[in-house]
Design a protein around this ligand. Structure first.
Ligand code: CO8
Length: 261
């Protein structure tokens, strides 16, 4: 499939999607979000792709919803389209992907851009990254998870302050607050994200999927349901050939050769 507003590459089990609308700071218009939805769905269906990296440009990951496209919408248009969950868009694709998605963020991740990074499984930030929910300053509010995921990630005080004032958080504060997994230099961002994705892609694909589901249970379920889900998925890994191979390889002091089944 060919895209105009994103690029897609697949290498060594890693699919890399790059937001590519630099003239407007990767503003998320309907075309970009639907191309991204299609691309992520296709990568998630591709058994050769075992981890996905979602990234943007050097100066900006994404500056949020395309304000100029959105500004003349009436409530009834937004409500009927279920904006931003418009048709088969990227938001559902990110939420439903079973393949891990790493957000590699340099520069601004604002509004829908911050929400998009947070919807991924974890964020690796360049030292230039800046996260924020500035919607309040244009008379609206976060609509793709900003009030919910930011609060779960950094706690009520910081999330409330950021959403009420539009204050941005730099990479160091984001790491300290638990919003990002780690910080790397801007020059190293794409290489480091690819290296991390390759490490994930080298593991057993079905086990990776189960771990992703189990960690997500910790976000959504109470502890006893989460622990039970973890036990059942842990026990289930013993049905995989890769589980036997991994343990045999350890006992035989060699590297495992996973078949992803
Ligand atoms: N929408 C449309 N165009 C934009 C956007 C945007 N979000 N951000 C930047 N642009 C355009 C500018 O209008 C400008 O275009 P032009 O050259 O034609 O004037 C071009 O990109 C370059 O931008 P700047 O000149 O402003 O560049 P600076 O380096 O001075 O500033 C900033 C960069 C700080 C990123 C600044 O552009 C900015 O503040 N942008 C808006 C950020 C914002 O308010 N985001 C929130 C948007 S609302 C939202 O995301 C709601 C979420 C709902 C769900 C998600 C749906 C997808």
């Amino acid at each position: 499939m060919s895209y105009e507003m994103i690029t897609v590459e697949i290498e060594s089990g890693v699919g890399t999607v790059t937001l590519n609308r630099p003239q407007v700071m990767n503003a998320l218009n309907v075309q970009l979000t639907s191309e991204l939805g299609d691309a992520l769905d296709a990568l998630d269906r591709d058994a050769q792709v075992r981890c996905i990296v979602l990234t943007g440009g050097d100066k900006v990951f994404a500056a949020g919803a395309d304000i100029k496209e959105m500004k003349d919408q009436a409530f009834i248009d937004m409500y009927y389209s279920d904006f931003p969950y418009v048709k088969r868009d990227c938001w559902r694709a990110i939420d439903e992907a079973r393949t891990p998605i790493i957000a590699a963020v340099a520069g601004f991740a604002l509004g829908g851009g911050c929400e998009m990074a947070m919807a991924c499984d974890f964020i690796i930030a360049a030292d230039t990254a800046k996260f924020g929910q500035p919607e309040i300053s244009i008379g609206t509010m976060p609509g793709a998870g900003g009030t919910q995921r930011l609060t779960k990630a950094v706690g009520k005080a910081k999330a409330m302050e950021m959403c009420l004032t539009g204050r941005m958080m730099d990479a160091e504060e984001a790491e300290r607050s638990g919003l990002v997994a780690r910080i790397v230099s801007a020059e190293e961002l794409k290489a480091q994200a690819f290296k991390t994705a390759s490490k994930i892609a080298s593991n057993s694909r079905p086990v990776v999927m189960m771990v992703k589901e189990a960690v997500n249970m910790a976000v959504d379920a109470d502890l006893s349901d989460g622990l039970k889900f973890e036990r059942r998925t842990f026990e289930s890994t013993f049905a995989f050939e890769d589980c036997k191979e991994g343990m045999d390889a350890f006992a035989e002091k060699r590297k495992p050769v996973f078949k992803h089944k």
